[in-house]
Design a protein around this ligand. Structure first.
Ligand SMILES: [Fe+2]
Length: 393
């Protein structure tokens, strides 16, 4: 019952106040032309189940420059907003039938997040909870019990916000377009960069007939070990790419040192030992190689700290590096070199065992040897396939 009484009081007050606002609006001679022009860019939809309120607001809004459309029935207003996305501002009553203002707004927010919303309420204690205002992204509420000056002021500030939002949306749209262009450019740069690095890598392998296909095989062995260790797909990818590029630094080593058939001098060996750091230097500036850098730089480190370039020990050497190091040495042993024949599978395996714990991580050696014991025929067949594919490169 009290709601009905309040409602009647509210209606009476509204009528008096609307009349006052109308009198004042019509009597004003110096209203702001700039504000009028700004307002004229915006469409306001008003929902109120009282025709009197709609009539008053129509006069007031149109006189202030706004494009106005009013609805008595919230369902019709909802339909209008669904069909026409060009409305900028919604002014809606709170207590309405067949649906209340908050219910109407909840529905509108499912398809329109941009529209500015002002809720007209009766008295302060009838205002919706602040959580509701926040949740439904309602920009403000105005008590009908005051007068419509408050509403007009709110509409002016809404116009300011909308003007600013328009700039922000324009900037955002521009930024999205620019980001798309930049990401396309980056993609094409990455592609061409990858091609350059790929050809550098093949050049390294081709520098010496004896190392042809080495990087591809290291990549393959490392992947097999990683899979047997149940590593995650991201880690497996690092092993594959790391294997391909681990010796990229040899591009910076003189050909006659790499292809020398006799024993290297101390200076020449010192020069060869610089290839991990040279490789690191070549790839470090490009973000796409960031994750494989440790594999490039440390693949000649040994578990006992006697490797190079930094003499890292044990767990200081990342696990993926320890895998690459085993794959690298195994392929070297299984390949013919200028100064020796290939060792063959049995000797290579016994060499892995001999160096397990000093040069190599014993647990990884164990995984790899188990893999060789169980699947050597298949592995060997796949390695031969890699060699066949690379024969004509
Ligand atoms: Fe190397």
């Amino acid at each position: 019952m009290w709601v009905i009484i309040m409602r009647l009081k509210e209606q009476k007050l509204e009528k008096i106040q609307n009349d006052q606002v109308m009198e004042r609006a019509v009597g004003e001679e110096n209203y702001d032309i700039a504000q009028y022009k700004a307002n004229s860019r915006y469409k306001v939809l008003v929902v109120d189940d009282e025709q009197g309120v709609l009539d008053s607001l129509k006069v007031m809004l149109e006189r202030s420059g706004f494009k106005y459309k009013g609805f008595n029935d919230p369902s019709n207003a909802l339909e209008e907003l669904e069909n026409d996305a060009s409305y900028n501002i919604l002014v809606t009553d709170y207590f309405m039938e067949p649906m209340h203002g908050d219910e109407l707004i909840e529905k509108i927010r499912t398809f329109n997040i941009k529209i500015h919303i002002l809720l007209l309420t009766g008295y302060k204690d009838q205002a919706p909870a602040i959580e509701t205002l926040k949740r439904l992204n309602i920009q403000g509420y105005c008590e009908k019990s005051n007068n419509f000056d408050q509403l007009l002021l709110w509409l002016y500030s809404a116009v300011k916000v909308l003007e600013q939002n328009k700039d922000i949306y324009t900037l955002m749209e521009k930024a999205t377009t620019q980001n798309e262009v930049i990401s396309e450019l980056n993609k094409s740069l990455e592609n061409s960069y990858s091609s350059i690095i790929e050809s550098l890598r093949l050049t390294v392998d081709a520098k010496d007939e004896y190392t042809k296909g080495h990087s591809d095989r290291v990549s393959y062995y490392a992947l097999k070990i990683g899979q047997a260790m149940n590593l995650m797909s991201e880690e497996l990818e690092i092993l594959i790419v790391g294997g391909y590029f681990h010796d990229i630094g040899k591009i910076g080593i003189k050909d006659h040192i790499i292809t020398k058939e006799t024993r290297l001098t101390d200076e020449e060996f010192a020069e060869i030992k610089r290839h991990p750091e040279k490789g690191f230097g070549i790839l470090k500036s490009n973000n796409m190689f960031k994750k494989i850098l440790p594999l490039i730089k440390y693949h000649h480190e040994k578990l006992d700290g006697t490797g190079y370039p930094e003499g890292l020990k044990g767990n200081q050497i990342p696990i993926l590096v320890r895998i690459i190091s085993i794959a690298d040495s195994f392929d070297a042993m299984m390949s013919k070199r200028t100064y020796r024949d290939k060792l063959g599978i049995e000797k290579s395996v016994s060499e892995l065992k001999r160096c397990s714990g000093t040069q190599f991580d014993p647990e990884i050696v164990e995984v790899f040897i188990k893999l060789i014991d169980e699947k050597w025929d298949k592995i060997n067949e796949e390695v031969e396939e890699i060699n066949r594919k690379l024969a004509n490169v």
